[in-house]
Design a protein around this ligand. Structure first.
Ligand code: KIV
Ligand code: ZN
Length: 519
């Protein structure tokens, strides 16, 4: 066996199952392209039978993201597998990932199937999928809580039927590292044909042990780790890609394993996923948290200044954390902006550079010094986003202690100016109501968050909102807006979310109606 561990990224499937996360096709495509740059081996692009949106996203990724294996998830049924193949067939290397639960608890309460029925379904699913592609992954859902002998019978049968990767999930995050390592070792010793497949692990983080369990599996013969960027996923999430990769790298003398991950793309990937999913990263999160490389105590600062390795086991530049305090101002030209954006890792089209430049200029009129964090926020909030069907042209607010907050809004749509006014409980509420009147899209505001991008009185404010459109399919939409004026940032964020709803409605018109299902 080589020493190379395959990184199977499921940010777009299990990660997208995080409560409140819903990405549109374009956003999923942007993440998939970045995952390809990051160097993951397999992108699990989605669960094609789950919804039209999922199907379209997987299909689009398999058509447009090359040089990496694209997997589609399917339950162990003909319908699911056919649909998964329909979506992944365009990939350079297409994988069908089919699964069925093997634990008695799932058999009895969820599947209402006997062990023999599950075994037959697993074999039939793998054989059916094998007719489409050679690359078949079989997952025994809730493997860790399954009875060992039955699990091994299913695994052996799935390999005989043609599975090339066997995934052994700790679906509910119940395992501890020592046990999980032994569990992998036991499966290896009890399944006679195990050498014909790669062993994969998929650990959830309910006890905060997903990364530790994945690493324990590696030391016991697993060669694929399923993980997500920033560790997002169902409930407490999945094993975090960046933690797994940096542990294998930083402790390579212990693990003696490598990955194909380009580590200097980690930070950028993490930011992109944070921005598009709206899932904030806890400041003390390992590797990509804001404080991961910050030294607060005087003793630590002194040590690091004298010699980095006193308190730092990794160099932030290694993960692509290159944000510096290079200051740009209103006299900076197009070239300076373009160069700095390229240095920061944003490879934009000419049109996007122009858009970023105009936004930069507008900001420079209000803010004297613009640094890398501001530039990154401009690109991530205002350049790489859905088309602006409605564009904010004018905003007036009257608000105070003894008056009813009122907003007057003018939006441009296809060259036409649309204006409305509305009152609300506060200025942000009034803005939302005025925008609703113009667009005709009403929704519930589920989340509103405001934070400064950098320090100082003239700092950019970044507003984030999440809306649930009324009468829709229960999908939420995230919007982000940026301005030195927090009220304007809020209006932009709300409008950004509304534009995403409009975009999704246009995308849906092209699809057909299918029931939504979940894992
Ligand atoms: O957690 C789990 O068991 C899963 C499977 C579908 C692989 O997500
Ligand atoms: Zn999972």
């Amino acid at each position: 066996m080589s020493d190379r561990i395959k990184i199977f990224d499921t940010t777009l499937r299990d990660g997208e199952q995080s409560p409140g996360v819903s990405l549109n096709t374009q956003e999923k495509l942007d993440i998939a392209k970045q995952l390809q740059k990051l160097g993951v081996d397999i992108i699990e692009a989605g669960f094609p039978i789950a919804s039209v949106g999922d199907f379209e996203a997987v299909k689009s990724i398999s058509k447009n993201v090359k040089g990496v294996t694209i997997a589609g998830l399917a339950r162990a049924t003909v319908k699911d597998i056919d649909r998964a193949w329909e979506a992944v067939q365009f990939a350079d290397q297409a994988r069908i990932h089919t699964f069925i639960a093997t634990s008695d608890i799932h058999l009895k309460h969820k599947l209402k199937m006997s062990r023999e029925q599950v075994l037959d379904a697993a074999v039939a699913a793998v054989k059916h999928a094998k007719a489409y592609t050679a690359d078949i992954e079989f997952s025994a859902e809730d493997a860790f809580r399954s009875e060992m002998d039955f699990l091994c019978r299913v695994v052996e049968a799935a390999i005989s039927a043609g599975a090339t990767t066997i995934n052994l999930p700790d679906t509910v995050g119940y395992a501890t590292p020592f046990e999980f390592g032994e569990f992998i070792s036991e499966v290896r010793s009890k399944v006679p044909n195990i050498d014909q497949a790669i062993i994969s692990v998929h650990c959830h983080n309910d006890l905060g042990l997903a990364v530790a369990n994945s690493l324990a599996a590696v030391t016991n013969g697993a060669y694929q780790i399923e993980c997500t960027v920033n560790g997002i996923g169902e409930r407490a999430g999945n094993a975090s890609l960046e933690e797994v990769v940096m542990a294998l790298y930083t402790r390579s003398r212990y693990f003696e394993k490598t990955t194909g991950i380009k580590k200097d793309e980690i930070y950028r990937t993490s930011r992109l996923v944070r921005n598009l999913t709206g899932m904030r990263i806890q400041p003390n999160k390992a590797i990509v948290g804001k404080n991961a490389f910050a030294h607060e105590s005087g003793i630590h600062q002194d040590g690091v200044l004298k010699e980095r390795s006193t308190y730092e086991i990794m160099n932030p530049a290694m993960i692509g954390l290159t944000i510096q305090n290079i200051v740009l101002g209103k006299h900076s030209g197009r070239h300076a902006i373009k160069d700095r954006l390229t240095e920061l890792g944003y490879h934009l089209s000419d049109e996007e550079v122009e858009k970023a430049f105009l936004k930069f200029k507008a900001l420079a009129d209000k803010k004297k010094e613009i640094n890398d964090e501001d530039l990154a926020a401009i690109v991530e909030n205002e350049v790489i986003t859905v088309p602006e069907t409605y564009k904010l042209e004018y905003l007036h607010i009257s608000s105070g202690t003894q008056m009813i907050p009122t907003a007057t809004i003018r939006l441009a749509k296809d060259g036409e100016m649309l204006e409305e006014a509305a009152c609300g409980d506060g200025p942000v509420d009034a803005i939302c109501k005025a925008i609703d009147k113009i667009t005709g899209i009403t929704s519930t505001l589920q989340l509103y968050n405001l934070q400064a991008v950098t320090g100082g009185k003239d700092a950019l404010g970044e507003a984030t909102v999440k809306i649930l459109p009324n009468g829709g399919n229960k999908k939420t939409y995230l919007g982000r807006g940026l301005s030195t004026d927090v009220i304007e940032a809020s209006a932009k964020a709300y409008l950004n979310a509304v534009n995403k709803v409009v975009f999704a409605l246009m995308e849906d018109e092209e699809g057909t109606d299918r029931p939504e299902v979940g894992v």
